[in-house]
Design a protein around this ligand. Structure first.
Ligand SMILES: C[S@@+](CC[C@H](N)C(=O)[O-])C[C@H]1O[C@@H](n2cnc3c(N)ncnc32)[C@H](O)[C@@H]1O
Length: 264
């Protein structure tokens, strides 16, 4: 019983938790979560899009928070799981949860920003990039860096989205004016055109939110960074596979700012 009490105290010392994780012994980390049993309920709705057996696969969980997805991937048999996050408070939660659930030696958590993934010097079979993009000031840079440095095959991606869930047709080339007129095309104002809504102030009281793409915007950015969408199991969740980077023939600098400079 003493163990249970000490675990309960360690959990509450690290509150508030964004991940509600069942640590056993009747202890859950965020029983009052505003989204309910989160993210277990969400994972239950889209988790079938991932292989049930990850044996032999390596997983990088970017923005791992308290490690819910990292530990789920280990449960599915992944050979190696690394969770990275920028925030030490969340990493402390992840280490405590992993310890309580017996994953302390098999799931690694490290402080690292998505902007620094090149430092890992390693590619992973599955990259999880859930719930981070809209918190970044430079979201396309993050996708480019993931594609360039750490993604080998699959990427599980989620973003907050706003606006239309329809995806409109976009021309191969945008004219300044409609043919034979001085009128610019009006489709930029269509709700189904790929868009990123900039959030200058707070979103739901949270100043760490910067962007909210519509569905067409999410899909276009994924493609532009060199990811093909294989499955779309939920409105805001995409399973992607590494694909050739479009525009690569313009030179690496056109696509990867990390390589510096503008294309000649
Ligand atoms: C909304 S939570 C999502 C957590 C988890 N991936 C999920 O989907 O439930 C966003 C997480 O991204 C982390 N984060 C924000 N900016 C980051 C960055 N530049 N690099 C790595 N992690 C970051 C935050 O610390 C937080 O843990």
């Amino acid at each position: 019983m003493a163990d249970r009490e000490s675990l309960r105290e360690r959990v509450s010392a690290l509150a508030p938790w964004f991940h509600n994780i069942d640590l056993g012994q009747g202890i859950v980390t965020a029983p009052e979560h505003f989204l309910g049993d989160y993210p277990a309920t969400k994972f239950g709705e889209f988790g079938a899009c991932l292989p049930t057996d990850l044996s032999g696969m390596t997983v990088l969980d970017i923005g791992c928070n308290a490690g819910f997805y990292s530990m789920e991937m280990k449960r599915r048999g992944a050979a190696r799981v690394l969770g990275i996050d920028w925030d030490e408070r969340y990493l402390a939660q992840a280490r405590l949860a992993a310890d309580a659930l017996g994953y302390a030696d098999s799931v690694e958590f490290r402080r690292l920003s998505v902007y620094d993934v090149a430092a890992l010097g390693e590619r992973f079979d599955l990259v999880i990039f859930m719930g981070v993009l809209y918190h970044l000031r430079h979201p396309l840079l993050a996708l480019d860096l993931i594609r360039e440095h750490v993604a080998r095959d699959l990427m599980l991606f989620q973003t907050m989205q706003q606006g239309s869930t329809e995806v409109g047709e976009v021309p191969e080339d945008h004219p300044f004016y409609l043919p034979g007129t001085w009128t610019p095309p009006s489709y930029f104002d269509d709700a189904t055109y790929p868009k990123m809504h900039f959030i200058e102030k707070r979103f739901a009281g949270d100043w760490t939110n910067w962007w909210a793409p519509n569905r067409a915007g999410s899909e276009a950015m994924l493609r532009a960074a060199g990811f093909a969408i294989e499955a779309h199991p939920q409105n805001d969740v995409y399973l992607c596979r590494v694909a050739p980077v479009p525009y690569a023939e313009w030179g690496p600098a056109a696509v990867y700012p990390s390589k510096g400079g503008m294309p000649a």
